[in-house]
Design a protein around this ligand. Structure first.
Ligand code: PMP
Length: 451
């Protein structure tokens, strides 16, 4: 008998029904009350059941639930776009709103292509993209092609786009040699990117794409200082666009509204998602800088692209209310403060654990990578599904915490990891509780494994 009509991830086993949410907690049908330490997939930045956001959505539905934004604009769409542009200090100039991070990446890829076609001196030969191994940029064919997440790509490899190649990510724990300083490491990664441009033919590359802090594919890995400035310089040298994917790491998650603001490396385009609407509506976006926009303005004046639900009025109203709440309550500051608490608590409780290889992150975006052997960083065999065991253990009634697990790769590019992304308005008590629970889960899982 089919247990559910839904095409769940596991066809034979529907997950437990989630009935309600309040703040950082989700209540399940079987009585468990789960501390949502990851906000789903780093989404629920305000927690659940926020009255202001709900009211803004109801007000918008009462006014106008839908119109096609190819023909009409709406107040929440305009206001949201202005707020986002303002939040970049005017460094971005237009906003395109879609329903998911994958759609935002697709839009970025197509806009990059159109940009080169519409330049005063067109460059139609620019058809290639360079991204990074162990990155994640979405699940549709274009965005999956851009990503370097081996597990998510492998079944679909033959139907992915052939014009995307991948260079090494910046992951000091895994890739930096003991003898290397940050500057040496960056110089090595610059050389690799430069060589990839040369291999492809620099005049054929549209853009380099990267996540400021790698989320789903490696578990919250920030780059070393100076890395993005150096990567952007390579793009500039060859006239390619520099695109940042801030779907997971942006909109306040890392302690500044935009992750690039911490190094002041302004991208030509930037995708945003998750924290934009905090999960109240499926909403993501693309912020586009002057270089691209001016070219289109001076040429066809139109982006040859469009979705039925682009700029959806209720999604925009939700995102606007979420962003206003973040501003009003200084929540990005709270992210920075609580981030320090989370880091301290995690390090205090887990640094000495024999299977905790690395604890890293920024703001309220932290990852823990597990290794079989700490001395040589040997990861667990991905077949052991360690990260998912930790995730499942967290959901047991004893712990009742939601963790986001990610599998390591067989080649050791990354080990099994979990990711933490609590709401921006988390209290100190909640953050300490998260660390306590994570410690308990880790001890239980390895206790069982080492027995
Ligand atoms: N880019 C990044 C960096 C992401 O983390 C994700 C989602 N995890 C996406 C793109 C794709 O977003 P979505 O799942 O909303 O399509």
């Amino acid at each position: 008998m089919t247990p559910s009509a839904v095409l769940h991830r596991h066809l034979h086993q529907a997950p437990t029904l989630a009935l309600s949410g309040e703040g950082s907690y989700i209540s399940l049908e079987d009585g468990r009350r789960i501390l949502d330490a990851t906000g789903g997939a780093a989404v629920s930045c305000l927690g659940h059941n926020n009255e202001h956001v709900k009211q803004a959505m109801i007000d918008q539905i009462n006014q106008l639930s839908y119109c096609h934004t190819a023909y009409f604009s709406t107040k929440p769409f305009e206001e949201l776009a202005s707020l986002l542009i303002e939040s970049t200090g005017g460094k971005m100039s237009r906003v395109y709103i879609v329903g998911s991070g994958s759609e935002a990446m697709e839009a970025a890829m197509k806009l990059a292509r159109q940009f080169y076609l519409e330049k005063r001196n067109p460059e139609p030969q620019r058809t290639k993209f360079i991204a990074r191994n162990q990155s994640y940029h979405g699940i549709t064919i274009g965005s999956l092609s851009m990503g370097g997440h081996k597990f998510r790509r492998e079944l679909f490899e033959p139907i992915l786009l052939p014009n995307v190649s991948h260079v090494s990510p910046c992951n000091p724990y895994r890739n930096r040699k003991d003898s290397e300083s940050d500057a040496d490491y960056v110089a090595r990664l610059v050389d690799e990117l430069d060589a990839e441009f040369q291999r492809l033919g620099p005049e054929t590359v549209c853009a380099f794409v990267a996540e400021p802090v790698v989320g789903a594919a490696m578990g919250c890995v920030p780059s070393v200082p100076g890395y993005f400035k150096a990567m952007k310089a390579v793009c500039e040298k060859y006239g390619a666009l520099f695109i940042l994917d801030e779907v997971m790491s942006g909109m306040g998650r890392c302690g500044t509204l935009h992750a690039w603001q911490q190094e002041d490396v302004v991208p030509d385009m930037q995708t945003i998602g998750k924290g934009l609407g905090g999960g109240y509506a499926p909403v993501a976006g693309l912020l586009i800088g002057d270089r691209v926009i001016k070219t289109l303005e001076e040429s066809t004046g139109s982006f040859r692209h469009g979705h039925t639900y682009q700029g959806h009025p209720v999604s925009c109203a939700a995102a606007l209310a979420v962003q206003k709440a973040i501003q009003k309550d200084n929540l990005v500051e709270n992210v920075r403060e609580m981030g320090i608490v989370l880091e301290e608590e995690l390090r205090k409780r887990l640094s000495d654990h024999p299977h905790v290889g690395d604890i890293r992150g920024k703001g309220l975006f932290w990852g823990i990578e597990f290794v079989r052997d700490k001395t040589n960083k040997e990861p667990f065999d991905p077949k052991s599904q360690l990260a998912f065991r930790i995730q499942d253990k967290g959901l047991e009634a004893k712990h009742s915490i939601s963790l986001y697990g990610g599998q390591g790769t067989a080649d050791g590019v990354s080990g099994d990891h979990i990711l933490l992304a609590p709401p921006y308005n988390s209290t100190r008590e909640e953050i300490v509780r998260i660390a306590e629970l994570v410690q308990g889960v880790v001890e239980d899982v390895f206790g069982e494994l080492d027995d």
